[in-house]
Design a protein around this ligand. Structure first.
Ligand SMILES: Nc1ncnc2c1ncn2[C@@H]1O[C@H](COP(=O)(O)OP(=O)(O)OP(=O)(O)O)[C@@H](O)[C@H]1O
Length: 266
């Protein structure tokens, strides 16, 4: 969100599998030999039925969970722990209630023992860019759900991550706030041009936001469809929702879910 344009990170996933060991005998194959290359600066959305491994994929990319087999590289660096170029936003804002908004945004800087004072103006700039100018000294309990999620996004952006991982970031928001956040996320990304991997249950928000939508199969997760979304930007809410190409993409994705019995056609 800074005035400087930065290049997004490249992601290269090869033969990636994840098996969860369980206490029972049968292990869970959550991801099955995923191959995926993501261009720097692109916005990729992942949709799929519940339990297909979307959060697992994100967690592996974030370096929070080890892969069972295969590899992930971010700008050529193998990922085995959280990568400095990566920022993560979850469905729940995970703000620390005893810290002010600014101190929450600056938490990753503090954890990395960087110079907090140096990053303070940037934190304030980020807050202003998400419409929360002057809220730095408030506490999370004084903010609405949408405002808290904006703060969580600022916290993920404080170190200008080349790769922003978002796991259903708007899933807990009401419909109007969600619409506003989707539009704001698009504006932010158009300014920043970092690489975004956005996980969602919403086919509509995936098609609206992304350059590319990956549709995952039921578990074990594989990529069933890799759909390029060729709609002009900036996308406007009403105009894009009236666009016949937009509806064509949504139909194509729904057809996959209907064919697999995940959605029942009415
Ligand atoms: N720690 C774990 N131990 C065992 N199994 C797990 C673990 N975490 C996830 N799983 C299983 O792995 C599969 C994929 O889970 P994951 O949370 O990645 O799916 P998801 O697509 O994100 O689901 P949802 O959309 O419901 O959030 C599921 O069958 C889940 O039960």
């Amino acid at each position: 969100m800074s005035a400087t344009t930065q290049m997004g990170a490249a992601v290269d996933i090869s033969r990636l599998s994840k098996i969860y060991k369980t206490r029972e005998d049968d292990d869970v194959l959550a991801l099955d030999k995923i191959d995926l290359k993501i261009e720097p600066g692109s916005f990729v959305a992942v949709v799929g039925p519940s339990g297909c491994g979307k959060s697992t994929l994100l967690s592996l990319l974030a370096g929070l969970t080890p892969a069972s087999t295969g590899s992930i590289a971010i700008d050529g660096d193998g990922v085995s722990k959280p990568h400095p170029k990566t920022g993560v936003v979850f469905q729940s804002d995970l703000l620390l209630y005893w810290r002010s908004v600014l101190d929450n945004i600056l938490l990753p800087i503090e954890i990395k023992r960087l110079d907090v004072a140096k990053y303070r103006p940037r934190a304030e700039e980020l807050l202003a860019q998400v419409g929360l100018e002057g809220f730095g000294n408030k506490f999370p309990s004084e903010l609405s759900g949408g405002m808290r999620q904006r703060v969580a996004i600022c916290r993920a952006l404080i170190q200008e991550p080349g790769l922003l991982l978002m796991d259903e970031p708007f899933g807990a928001l009401d419909a109007l706030t969600r619409e506003q956040m989707i539009m704001d996320l698009q504006s932010m990304w158009l300014r920043l041009r970092n690489t975004v991997l956005f996980i969602t249950h919403g086919i509509d928000e995936a098609v609206f936001l992304a350059d590319r939508v990956l549709v995952m199969s039921p578990r074990p997760g594989r990529v069933d469809l890799d759909l390029k979304i060729d709609l002009p930007r900036p996308r406007q809410w009403s105009k894009t929702h009236e666009d016949k190409d937009y509806h064509g993409y949504v139909r194509q994705i729904r057809a996959i879910f209907e064919a697999k019995g995940i959605l029942v056609a009415h």
